[in-house]
Design a protein around this ligand. Structure first.
Ligand code: IPM
Ligand code: MN
Length: 361
């Protein structure tokens, strides 16, 4: 039987309980579609830090390198470790494994309520491709006399030709694969989320590369939105968007807004993808670790299940991925099982069980 090796990093807060749902759905999908997942779990996170002074062992990338994919629950517990310290594990994996695409589907499933009035299952269905290894997250900067009156901090964003080109190219390819949203000769649209009116080097360069790459995709409609206006259009006309490509920070910000279009953080997932498959890709719900809910079994596992769906797709199990999506839709549309964020009383495990049952039905 085909067996995939999956590294499981539950992380902090509610991570442990959602990771159980990820493993549950992976196993069920395997049973149904004839593959197995060998899951290896790692207890890295803030508690590990309190014991060892670091978020995970030094050789963590070597440990992870051999896996087919990684599931990451959620990282961070500010009461134990400052966020900018704990989150290095996430950023180290993204950068270390050259997961330069952070793919975030923005889709509102039937039966899910969005706090945004324009959001309907018909109007909310687009993809954000977030650059994931450089840009504003390059991590370059420093302090000068931080405790003096003249002190300052600086942080430099890095936009390399290679870094921009490859993520924009990926987004154009994705737009091409989603054929059919635009009428006429052009089959898809790629919105360039930018801020080149104010960021006169970095985003002007990003735009230049967008235009260069676009010459290879005459079948894809070109489009551009300044990031501030983008947030407005996402609320006013979510149906307008097809595929959006954004820098690391802008992509981070607009996908939290996107999560609200999808019904909340309980529904939003992302894949940190190394398209060349030189390294494993990592899939995660994009919500935080919500320490106050830890162990209570109240968080919505749909975001986690969505990340498993993306993982299956990435592993080449497209049929299984689609079945997982259909199972989610069946459960959400029926509305009998609703977690706290949906106004219901179902537990994390009950929602996971419902999706599993629908998958195996
Ligand atoms: C995300 C998160 C991370 C990010 C944080 C936790 C560092 O917000 O995955 O969107 O900013 O990338
Ligand atoms: Mn974020």
């Amino acid at each position: 039987m085909k067996t995939y090796s999956i590294a499981n990093i539950p992380g902090d807060g509610v991570g442990a309980e959602i990771a159980l749902e990820a493993v549950k759905i992976l196993a069920a999908a395997g049973d149904k579609f004839g593959f197995a997942c060998k899951v290896e779990s790692y207890d890295w996170g803030c508690d590990y830090y309190l014991k060892h002074g670091e978020m995970g062992p030094k050789d963590k990338l070597d440990t992870l390198k051999g896996f087919d994919a990684i599931f990451l629950g959620c990282i961070g517990d500010a009461a134990k470790v400052p966020d900018h310290v704990s989150l290095t594990i996430l950023l180290d994996i993204r950068k270390g494994f050259d997961q330069y695409v952070n793919l975030r589907p923005i889709k509102l499933y039937p039966g899910v309520y969005s706090p945004i009035r324009t959001a309907t299952p018909e109007s909310v269905d687009f993809m954000v491709v977030r650059e994931n290894t450089e840009g504003e997250y390059a991590g370059t900067g420093g302090y000068f006399k931080p405790d003096q009156p003249e002190g300052f901090a600086y942080q430099t964003a890095i936009f390399s030709r290679k870094g921009c080109d490859r993520v924009i190219r990926y987004a154009f390819e994705l737009a091409r694969s989603r054929k059919g949203r635009i009428e006429g000769d052009q089959v898809g649209m790629l919105t360039n989320c930018t801020k080149s009116n104010a960021l006169n080097y970095s985003m002007v360069y990003w735009d230049k590369i967008y235009r260069e790459v676009a010459t290879g995709y005459p079948d894809i409609k070109q489009d551009m939105a300044l990031v501030d206006a983008m947030t407005m259009w996402m609320v006013k006309n979510p149906e307008y968007f097809d595929v959006v490509v954004a820098s690391n920070l802008f992509g981070d910000i607009i996908t939290d807004l996107g999560a609200m279009l999808q019904g909340g953080m309980g529904f939003a997932a992302g894949g940190n993808i190394n398209p060349e498959k030189d390294y494993p890709s990592m899939f995660e719900p994009i919500h935080g670790s919500a320490p106050k809910y830890a162990g209570k079994g109240v968080v919505n596992p749909i975001a986690t299940i969505e990340s498993v769906r993306m993982m299956l797709d990435h592993l080449g199990e497209a049929e299984a991925a689609q079945a997982v999506q259909e199972a989610e839709i069946k459960v959400l549309e029926a509305g009998a099982v609703r977690t706290k964020d949906m106004g219901g009383t179902a537990s994390t495990a009950q929602m996971g069980d419902a999706v599993k049952a629908a998958l195996l039905a």
